[in-house]
Design a protein around this ligand. Structure first.
Ligand code: ADP
Length: 262
């Protein structure tokens, strides 16, 4: 799909693959997201950054259908997949669309009682109904891609954090998702292990994977992201191209944030 970037606002013209439309989210009486709208277009890498507690993870979890919005809706290819009312139509659509959304979490979340290969073939067999042989062939190709084919028979406990996260990425890819969402995928890793995971993410981006990436990795956001979304206090404060954000942020809040992390 041809994406045109609007140079001033960073918003993209054309149809979005997945969108948050006016999403608010309250936990109890406390609203932590206040009417957030975000479009992710096919083939785009959208990086979400901001101070701790600004609502990045909550936004991602709403778009990934792991939290229900208190207001607003999530739309996938023109179909509402989550709304504040929890309507039957949205719930039905969500069931169909959920496998299209790949997820990679901070804490890997591999099944400890399954081997690396077992982790990657489980969902394609159970959810997509793939025969074991087919699922295995595909899984081995994906493990090759993330550099983990030689560890296919190992259990997660015997792998480093970086290796586990690469398996988690292969597991997400095994479902042929339309979009992969990364929630601070490198935050739990030692610096030397982060690079191997970032390298896999960089490769996916180069291959045209649609990605929503909540991250503290400013280098990645700057060099790989197509768009940079800066959040503060439950709102999107800037949605722009990464280079403009890092060289000339337009909000005082972003200026302060960048100063703090430098
Ligand atoms: P970020 O990812 O930017 O660090 P989060 O989305 O994790 O921010 O959190 C935003 C706010 O929502 C924080 O104040 C956090 O404490 C609160 N919050 C997140 N999840 C929950 C929850 N399940 N219950 C109550 N409060 C939550």
């Amino acid at each position: 799909m041809l994406i045109m970037q609007n140079a001033t606002s960073g918003t993209s013209v054309g149809k979005a693959l997945i969108s948050a439309r006016g999403i608010s989210k309250a936990f109890g009486k406390v609203e932590v997201l206040h009417g957030v709208s975000l479009d992710v277009h096919a083939g785009q890498v959208v990086c979400v950054i901001g101070p701790s507690g600004s609502g990045k993870t909550t936004l991602l979890r709403c778009m990934a259908l792991l939290e229900s919005p208190s207001k607003g809706e999530v739309v996938f290819n023109d179909t509402v997949i989550a709304d504040a009312a929890g309507s039957r139509a949205a719930s039905q659509a969500a069931r169909a669309i959920r496998p299209e959304i790949g997820l990679v979490f901070q804490h890997f979340n591999l099944w400890p009682h399954m081997t690396v290969l077992g982790n990657v073939i489980e969902a394609p067999m159970r959810v997509r109904g793939l025969p074991r042989a087919e699922a295995t062939t595909k899984a081995m190709a994906l493990l090759e891609k993330v550099g983990m084919a030689d560890k296919a028979d190992r259990y997660p406990a015997r792998l480093s954090g970086g290796q586990q996260q690469r398996v988690a990425i292969a597991r997400a890819l095994a479902m042929n998702p339309s979009v992969i969402m990364f929630d601070e995928a490198t935050s739990a890793l030692d610096p030397e292990l982060r690079q191997e995971v970032l390298q896999v993410m960089r490769q996916l981006a180069q291959e045209g994977m649609t990605m929503l990436v909540v991250t503290h990795e400013m280098g990645f956001a700057r060099s790989v992201g197509d768009r940079l979304v800066f959040m503060d206090q439950g709102r999107i404060v800037e949605d722009t191209d990464p280079e403009s954000f890092f060289t000339a942020p337009s909000s005082d809040r972003a200026v302060r944030f960048l100063r703090q992390i430098q």
